[in-house]
Design a protein around this ligand. Structure first.
Ligand code: GAP
Length: 457
């Protein structure tokens, strides 16, 4: 297969209704993307897969759906107003804006800017005369810390009430501030988890690489609340739990790796990313963090509310530790797209573009194709009405059967069901498998069970 580039994937996603440029008819708003009918299904299935693993199948986990706009004190308590910034540096020649750590990393991948202070990064850039990737010169401003939180103001009349509020930069704080609510109302005993899926916003200096880094994105985060001393065990457990989910979805294991953080975020005792080999190189996909009791302790201090938990096991009182598992839903979906894409040369010399999505993630589970519209479409439409009660079904009656297979391959539909004379006479259909392209014959009343078994995750 020809190497997949991001440009190629962007064009492919547009062509097949997966992802479009945001506000396209107005010339687009840079780094915003809209999911089309196929992409929305795919992203929702990613969320369903995550929910299944992190809430449904997890021992003791509860989902919340917290507000995006939170009390400004939340961000003081979490440390974001003070610490959530990136080192910004401008090229004085071409005015291009960079992240200093990214400049160093692309210059020397072993340099570890994550272990340097701003002053050390500045010295490294000057000593090595790192060229600006745009103009090639090496003439920069000093590094300035650039706050990543989007600000807005509340108040009905403009200027009347200047109350500053932020769009949340992570969903995690919605879980932390609801710790007491969930613990009490669900009568939850430690260890238990609180999870949510929701939008987050970051004024990134260098967004890009399609949906890899955007200013608006969705996160899927799970916080496990546990007793100090058990945290390291849960940290290891959730690292593996995340990796196993990726393996079970059939993601190419050669393109996955763990990377431990050497420089830790202000709240973390240990942190590890699962990285994926995207077309532009290895990139962070999914983080597991041991956040200690940093968050709950700070919320206790700032809100003046006790976050202590009375452990019924031994009557001890403590502020729980937190092990966080955090992954971007858009980045996960991008990874799935990169991993599933294939261009195959067939026996007859033609190529087919195919998305090998795990059937659980596939936007449509099956397509119903009447062989000859005139004779078979009535039956095919009836069958679709029946099957769509259980699955997302596509229907296509135009063009040759070969062309229709290709269209379904391109959007990753795992099964194509052809309705022909045998269906009308003997009550059987042909089911064609997307990956092997093999066909089997099955009685109509066995289709539902067949598909249900195949899409399990
Ligand atoms: N609560 C912890 C937290 O937010 P993070 O590493 O900053 O940690 C977690 O973000 C995940 O969210 C990342 O691993 C990535 O998948 C996703 N993510 C972060 N920033 C993003 C952005 N600007 N665009 C898309 N996804 C992003």
């Amino acid at each position: 297969m020809e190497k997949l580039t991001m440009e190629k994937l962007v064009a492919y996603c547009k062509q097949y209704g997966i992802i479009y440029q945001g506000s396209e008819v107005y010339g687009g708003l840079a780094n915003t993307w809209d999911y089309g009918p196929i992409g929305s299904r795919l992203k929702n299935n990613v969320k369903d897969a995550w929910r299944k693993r992190f809430i449904q199948e997890n021992k003791n986990s509860f989902e919340v759906d917290a507000a995006i706009l939170m009390h400004p004190k939340v961000w003081e308590a979490s440390g974001h107003t003070k610490n959530f910034s990136d080192p910004l540096i401008d090229c004085k020649e071409c005015k291009m804006r960079h992240r200093a750590d990214n400049l160093i990393e692309s210059f020397n991948k072993d340099a570890h800017p994550d272990l340097m202070t701003d002053e050390e990064m500045m010295k490294y850039i000057r000593d090595n005369k790192i060229p600006c990737p745009k103009c090639g010169k090496s003439n920069y401003t000093d590094i300035r810390e650039f706050g990543l939180m989007f600000e807005t103001h509340r108040g009905v009349i403009k200027g009347e009430d200047n109350g500053l509020i932020y769009l949340r930069p992570e969903t995690a704080q919605g879980e932390f501030v609801n710790f007491l609510n969930v613990q009490r109302t669900m009568r939850a005993k430690i260890p238990f988890g609180i999870a949510q899926i929701g939008k987050a916003f970051r004024n990134e200096i260098t967004p890009g690489n399609f949906t890899f880094r955007t200013i608006e994105f969705e996160q899927m985060e799970h916080q496990l609340f546990c007793k100090e001393g058990t945290d390291t065990e849960y940290y290891k457990y959730y690292k593996e739990y995340a990796m196993n989910m990726l393996k079970d979805l059939g993601i190419n294991t050669d393109k996955l790796r763990f990377r431990d953080h050497e420089k830790l975020a202000h709240y973390a005792k240990a942190a590890c990313d699962i990285e994926y080999l995207f077309p532009m190189g290895w990139g962070e996909l999914w983080g597991t963090h041991n956040r200690t009791n940093y968050d709950l302790s700070n919320h206790q201090e700032y809100s003046k509310t006790s976050f202590e938990y009375l452990d019924p096991e031994d009557n001890s009182k403590y502020i729980p530790y937190v092990v966080e598992s955090s992954v971007g839903c858009d980045r996960f979906t991008l990874m799935v797209l990169c991993d599933a894409y294939d261009e195959e040369i067939l026996e007859d010399g033609t190529t087919r573009e195919v998305m090998h999505f795990h059937p659980f993630l596939a936007p449509y589970k099956l397509a119903i194709l009447p062989l000859v519209k005139k004779y078979h479409s009535d039956y095919a439409k009836e069958l679709k009405e029946k099957l769509q009660k259980s699955f997302m079904c596509s229907y296509d009656e135009t063009g040759s059967i070969g062309k229709r297979y290709r269209r379904q391959d391109a959007i990753g539909t795992p099964f194509c069901i052809t309705i022909d004379n045998d269906t009308l006479e003997k009550g059987t259909v042909t089911i064609r498998n997307r990956d092997t392209m093999e066909q089997i014959t099955l009685p109509v009343d066995e289709i539902e069970k067949y598909i249900s078994d195949k899409i399990k995750f």
